[in-house]
Design a protein around this ligand. Structure first.
Ligand code: NAP
Length: 288
């Protein structure tokens, strides 16, 4: 598996997104999710993205973190190089809605809970999930800096941030901002300015919903014909072409496709072997 950099650590160029294994519509049989995580590890995936909020509702907080911790622990092979990236700052409501809480005291408490669920002394990558308009962004990121300084987290990241917030976060973290996680896919291109900034600053950029999101990933080829055309020429899936296109956009890109079946993460992980020609890349990239 090809690797890319988060902070000063190498991780697989394709990560596994854990969300489909814990939100509404998740597999009824938990063994299917464990098999999916094991298939990712067998394919050489060493980055797994999760969040405390990946759950059904407020009573199920931490479902995905606990699942990933259990699956990694039960894997037969060496997992010492696996980086688990989690997030804090999103909350869930009783009916399964999403809320935000960016207060420093809340983030510190959420990080402690994630540490326990993941069963580690320091979280690999801790990301501030989403800005909370009621809290000064600098105060939320200040809590992440405190966690980094206290050794509770190895690397600090942010998510759903604009270029000004990326610059501010990197300043508050004293140049230690390791990653930015924003939405980017053929369907959603508006995070390209943030990607360009990460490329300039040498910060890892993790596109979320890289295939268009849980509900739309299967239709990628029928929604974006050029991806289906290149896929047909190369004898691979349109989803694999999409991930290869994202990888080719910049060496800081590390896509984190979500999966709840072994077959899909195996197919996604193979995207690292798909080298696009300049012409293919130009055709895919022009698809706005
Ligand atoms: N920071 C944020 O605010 C934020 C928001 C959303 C998501 N995320 C993160 O980003 C990750 C990815 O986003 P996402 O899960 O929403 O959407 P996504 O990656 O665009 O799509 C996920 C779906 O794609 C399917 N899939 C994966 N690989 C495939 C392949 N090679 N061929 C065909 N289908 C394939 C999976 O199907 P199966 O389920 O059938 O395997 C899965 O349900 C999440 O899991 C989460 O970790 C972060």
């Amino acid at each position: 598996m090809q690797s890319r950099r988060i902070g000063d650590t190498q991780v697989s160029a394709i990560g596994l997104g854990g969300m489909p294994m814990s939100v509404e519509g998740r597999p009824e049989d938990e063994q299917q999710s464990v098999d999916t995580i094991h298939a990712a590890l067998e394919s050489g995936v060493t980055l797994i993205d999760t969040a405390d909020a990946y759950s059904l509702d407020n009573r199920d907080i931490g479902h995905n973190e606990s699942l990933i911790a259990r699956a990694v622990a039960s894997y037969g092979g060496d997992t010492s190089d696996v980086l688990i990236a989690t997030k804090g700052g999103h909350t869930r409501t009783e009916g399964g809605g999403w809320g935000r809480d960016g207060r420093p005291e809340y983030l510190k408490q959420a990080c402690e809970a994630s540490l326990k669920r993941l069963g580690v002394e320091a979280i690999g990558l801790y990301q501030f999930h989403r800005p909370d308009r009621r809290v000064d962004y600098a105060d939320s990121v200040g809590a992440i800096r405190d966690l980094l300084d206290a050794g509770k987290i190895r690397y600090a990241g942010i998510s759903n941030a604009n270029p000004d917030q990326i610059r501010l976060a990197n300043e508050i973290l004293g140049g230690r901002l390791a990653s930015v996680q924003n939405e980017l896919s053929p369907r959603f291109r508006s995070s390209e300015p943030e990607l360009d900034l990460c490329d300039e600053l040498g910060i890892a950029f993790l596109p979320w919903s890289p295939l268009g999101g849980i509900a739309r990933a299967g239709e990628l080829g029928s929604s974006f014909h050029v991806f289906a055309e290149v896929a047909k020429d190369r004898g691979v899936s349109p989803q694999q072409v999409c991930l290869a296109w994202l990888l080719a956009k910049s060496p800081v890109v590390i896509p984190i496709p979500g999966s709840s079946r072994p077959a899909t993460i195996r197919d996604s992980a193979a995207a690292v072997h798909l080298e696009l020609t300049a012409d293919e890349f130009a055709r895919l990239d022009a698809n706005h």
